[in-house]
Design a protein around this ligand. Structure first.
Ligand SMILES: *Cc1c(COP(=O)(O)O)cnc(C)c1O
Length: 371
């Protein structure tokens, strides 16, 4: 039997535009122009998102680390987040000596359950991180109102949510600050990279200083840091690629939506199958088309992973609860997060995949269901 060609789960879309900008940055982006693409990327990203301030970073992890540091989070503090998450959301909390507290997720959006988050608040809770998982939007009205009534800032981890819109506001623009990732697996990429965004001018100034090794814009003495900061900058060559990707952002996110729609047409009405939701008043950027199988289908992550491997299809497992990793305090009460991970899978969704690829993936799932 000959092996079918591999279907990758993600792969960036790089055109002549990205190559032209990166080449220009490599050839000319030095000396006086060494920040030209970075400044342009920051201002164009801010205007795309509808926020006044953006700071390009080397990763989303770095953006979260600096933002949490600027909020004064440190030892003894707790930060609330969903148990279904990538570890990059929790790691910066631990870098600061604070404790991540994981609350359960909603069964339909797989995002932080506002009621469970509210129950988990203690006098030590200093922030709530809302991760828009796989492009699905958190219930921002509920989370922002809990944050406002308790005086706790809400942060948006929007690494997976470029292109998602909640009641007219883009993901990442609603919280005290937002953080994005341009890792090679994300909808738009700079290879590695991230962005910190905020509407708060003081927080912006603070993170700007932190991101420049503690050197304030107003400090007149040279090489005179006013605080111990960080070095999480993006390079000009990466920013050049980012500028090109941002010019194509509608194309990139529309293609994610198109791929999701094709999967939904093929799979969405099968019994016991649910997929990423798109409630009224929202638009999902569908970073990762995901299928959750009801318990009565008998389909498990492990069975699906094995079947996809046989078909040479690179599907991804749904995130295990962070509290189950053995790295943090166990939280077995988070049963929704624990249960979802065992019967869900992310489907391939890279820009240039063909209809035949999508059909091959859908056929594999229908076959697994005995259909
Ligand atoms: C990818 C991702 C990150 C981390 O992004 P990096 O740029 O790799 O640091 C953070 N949070 C979530 C939810 C992610 O998916």
């Amino acid at each position: 039997m000959t092996m079918q060609p591999k279907i990758h789960y993600t792969k960036p879309s790089i055109t002549e535009l990205e190559i032209r900008y990166a080449t220009d940055a490599a050839a000319n982006g030095w000396g006086e122009l060494c920040y030209a693409y970075i400044s342009r990327f920051e201002s164009e990203f801010a205007s795309y998102l509808g926020v006044p301030h953006a700071i390009a970073t080397s990763s989303c992890t770095g953006a979260l680390h600096m933002g949490l540091a600027a909020l004064g989070i440190g030892p003894g503090d707790e930060v609330l987040l969903a148990d279904t998450n990538w570890i990059a959301t929790a790691a910066p909390i631990t870098y600061l000596g604070a404790t991540p507290v994981f609350a359960d997720v909603l069964p339909d959006s797989w995002c932080l359950d506002p009621a469970r988050a509210e129950q988990a608040i203690t006098p030590r809770t200093k922030a709530i991180i809302a991760t828009h998982i796989y492009g699905n939007l958190c219930d921002m009205d509920a989370l922002l109102s809990i944050g406002a009534s308790r005086g706790i800032p809400v942060i948006e981890d929007s690494a997976e949510a470029i292109g998602s819109i909640y009641r007219g506001s883009r993901a990442g623009s609603m919280g005290r600050f937002g953080a994005f990732s341009f890792h090679g697996t994300k909808t738009m990429t700079t290879g590695e990279g991230g962005m910190f965004v905020t509407s708060d001018p003081l927080l912006h100034e603070h993170v700007l200083t932190l991101s420049n090794h503690g050197r304030s814009r107003t400090q007149t003495k040279q090489f005179w840091p006013d605080m111990v900061g960080f070095k999480y900058k993006m390079s000009n060559v990466q920013a050049a690629i980012g500028c090109a990707q941002l010019e194509r952002i509608e194309e990139l996110t529309l293609r994610k939506r198109e791929i999701f729609a094709k999967y939904r047409r093929a799979l969405g009405s099968l019994p016991g199958v649910s997929m990423n939701p798109e409630p009224d008043g929202t638009r999902n950027g569908y970073w990762m088309p995901t299928v959750v199988f009801a318990p009565e289908t008998g389909l498990t992550r492990d069975r699906l992973t094995a079947l996809f491997k046989e078909q040479n299809i690179d599907a991804r497992v749904f995130f295990s609860p962070l509290s189950a990793l053995g790295l943090f305090a166990a939280q077995p009460e988070n049963t929704v997060a624990g249960d979802l991970a065992g019967r869900a899978i992310n489907l391939p969704s890279y820009h240039d995949m063909t209809d035949e690829d999508i059909e091959r993936v859908a056929t594999t799932i229908r076959g697994a269901m005995g259909l």
